[in-house]
Design a protein around this ligand. Structure first.
Ligand SMILES: *Cc1c(COP(=O)(O)O)cnc(C)c1O
Length: 185
């Protein structure tokens, strides 16, 4: 309906951030999924511009990732993002409502830098849902995963969804039911 490749319902946008970032760490690798939140054996750094710090960015760390802030309150340069990317980088993170903040690198440019290096960009667009066409626009700008909260479109609390790349949505599906209930231990 919003013109994206794939999507999956999540229990809210906070959970979407935790699950979606988790998927960026593990892909569909079952050993990595079972290891979470222990991320010692996988890339676990998520890059955020200092000017994009906001209260929900803590959800990035719930699955075991570590936030790495680049730049300062005056802004961030594209070179600083490139320099921060290394073998432990798992994702780039952009809160959509802060895109275009003074001195920050735009979502389209962040996503392009990520794609140069094969790193996915995650966007929190929790309340960016009107007009409805806007919901697909973040993927169109290069975002690989985008989350929305149903609390902003008449749905119940603890509801929302993730949209984006088919392989990452498949990884979210693999991670969001880890079958602990079926274990005899
Ligand atoms: C409300 C909100 C969230 C969390 O959404 P829930 O669905 O309540 O988990 C995340 N990001 C932003 C920008 C929000 O406003």
């Amino acid at each position: 309906l919003i013109g994206v490749d794939a999507a999956r319902v999540t229990p809210g946008a906070s959970a979407a951030i935790a699950l979606g970032i988790g998927a960026c760490l593990t892909g569909c690798d079952q050993q990595r999924i079972e290891a979470l939140p222990n991320t010692a054996d996988m890339p676990n750094e998520v890059i955020l511009q200092r000017g994009h710090h906001y209260k929900y960015d803590r959800c990035v760390e719930l699955a075991g990732a570590r936030l790495v802030e680049v730049g300062d309150t005056e802004g961030t340069r594209p070179e600083e993002i490139r320099a921060a990317i290394g073998p432990r980088t798992a994702a780039l993170f952009v809160p959509a409502h802060l895109d275009g903040q003074n001195g920050t690198v735009s979502l389209a440019d962040v996503a392009a830098i990520g794609h140069e290096q094969g790193i996915p960009t995650f966007v929190d667009a929790a309340y960016m849902n009107y007009p409805v066409e806007i919901m697909g626009s973040f993927n169109a700008q290069g975002a690989d995963l985008v989350c929305f909260s149903a609390k902003y479109f008449g749905g119940p609390n603890a509801a929302g969804f993730l949209s984006g790349r088919r392989d990452l949505i498949a990884a979210v599906a693999a991670i969001d039911f880890t079958r602990h209930a079926g274990d005899s231990a």
